[in-house]
Write a protein that binds this ligand. Structure first.
Ligand SMILES: Nc1nc2c(c(=O)[nH]1)N[C@H]1C(S)=C(S)[C@@H](COP(=O)(O)O)O[C@H]1N2
Ligand SMILES: [Mo]
Length: 399
């Protein structure tokens, strides 16, 4: 996750006690330039640093040796089975191995940046450059499909149905993504390397627009069905099985923070850019006056001011060679520039560098406004379709 680099960055920015004793407005060697974009933060998460959300006992990624072979979770033993259940049928049920999938990738491969986010956990779990083959191009190998309405799929689950973690998509979502839009795909590379077992390798489903529960790890089975209902494990407990990623801001460090008077108040964080895109990030610094209820009139009087959004990073970090720009990645031009920024379904970084803040205790809130003009937490009817409460923390400037 982003914590360790951000803390390190905060230190480099001179937030550490003692460095900020210079009077406000006069730069010293210890007082950093007012550019909130330096130093760069890592844009991609190393695969091992993703937060893990995995069911199973034992969790599949702890299997070793023969157990791993038996589970068919090694690159050599991995197989994907594609079948249909009556009254849906496929002409040619399919068994695909990893070389077969990679071969398909040579003709149909896609690459794109996506943050993995659980709809029950606020902050994204990590962001990767995922590479794989659209599921539609795998289904094409099955010949004629009759009567399918949904695609059900799951991964290895220790032979115990109770440990099954499964998900589903409408067959239209799989087959009819508009050209140039992101299709659900079978991923076999993450940040340029084979997907490690811990992140669901050898092959993982990745559904670009969806929360993590659609992106099934250790994928082994795809079933075309005539059923119209979602079979998602995550539909239990009032989760919304069709939720799209939402736009929302998060603090790098959600803990309260103290700053010495006279120095800058520097706060950084990330935002998830969901399906509605990101127009801007805003902050509200309010003299602390106890907990603010949802219907407090202070909300209507709030003065939201713009925060800075980091530009595309020059160094993408997280395991790609230094300076490599993902020019072959969805959303980028041939010279490696993003067509829109920040990119949909990715994590963007924001920063606040506030100078001249008078000594005192404040509540700091940061929120996103999406491209439909909805400010977080709107327009959420159901918090279980993605956590996006406006986060708040106390910031104290010590006199
Ligand atoms: N097979 C399988 N796939 C799974 C899960 C699981 O428990 N088993 N958890 C899902 C959930 S709820 C989330 S949020 C993401 C988490 O992905 P990560 O562990 O790579 O961060 O994986 C999804 N895929
Ligand atoms: Mo999740």
């Amino acid at each position: 996750m982003t914590d360790p680099p951000s803390r390190r960055d905060a230190l480099r920015l001179g937030v550490a006690a003692g460095l900020a004793a210079a009077p406000a407005g006069r730069a010293t060697a210890a007082d950093p330039p007012p550019d909130p974009h330096t130093p760069p933060r890592e844009f991609l998460t190393r695969p091992k640093d993703f937060e893990d959300v995995s069911r199973g006992n034992p969790v599949p990624h702890t299997l070793k040796g023969d157990a791993l072979v038996k589970a068919r979770l090694t690159p050599e033993t991995w197989r994907l089975e594609v079948v249909a259940e009556e009254p849906a049928t496929v002409d040619k049920p399919l068994t695909l191995d990893l070389p077969g999938l990679r071969k398909l990738g040579e003709a149909h491969g896609v690459q794109f940046l996506k943050a993995m986010q659980c709809n029950n956990i606020a902050r994204p779990l990590g962001q990767g450059l995922w590479e794989g083959v659209p599921l539609r191009d795998v289904l094409r190998l099955c010949g004629k499909l009759t009567n399918p309405r949904r695609v059900y799929y799951w991964g290895f689950h220790n032979d115990d149905p109770k440990q099954m973690f499964r998900s589903s998509l409408a067959v239209n979502q799989v087959l009819d993504a508009p050209p140039g839009e992101l299709p659900p795909f079978l991923a076999y590379r993450l940040n340029g390397d084979p997907i490690p077992l811990t992140r669901g390798g050898p092959v993982r489903m990745v559904v670009p627009w969806a929360h993590g529960f659609k992106s099934i790890k250790w994928l082994q089975k795809v079933v075309l069905t005539n059923r119209y209902d979602a079979n998602d494990t995550y539909a239990e407990k009032n989760n919304d099985p069709e939720s799209y990623l939402k736009t929302a801001a998060y603090f790098d460090d959600p803990k309260d923070q103290a700053f010495p008077a006279g120095g800058p108040v520097v706060v950084r964080g990330t935002c998830m850019v969901g399906w509605p895109g990101l127009d801007r990030v805003e902050y509200w610094l309010r003299p602390a006056g106890g907990k603010l209820a949802d219907d407090d009139p202070a909300w209507a009087r709030a003065e939201w001011k713009p925060a800075a959004i980091d530009p595309p990073p020059a160094d993408w970090g997280g395991g790609l060679p230094d300076g490599v720009l993902p020019k072959d990645v969805w959303g980028f031009t041939r010279d490696g520039k993003p067509r829109e920024w920040p990119l949909r379904y990715s994590v963007a970084h924001w920063s606040l560098v506030l100078r001249g803040v008078a000594a005192g205790r404040y509540e700091l809130r940061v929120r996103t406004v999406d491209r439909n003009g909805f400010a977080q937490p709107e327009p959420r009817p159901n918090p279980r379709s993605g956590r996006n409460q406006v986060q708040a923390k106390v910031v104290e400037v010590k006199g």
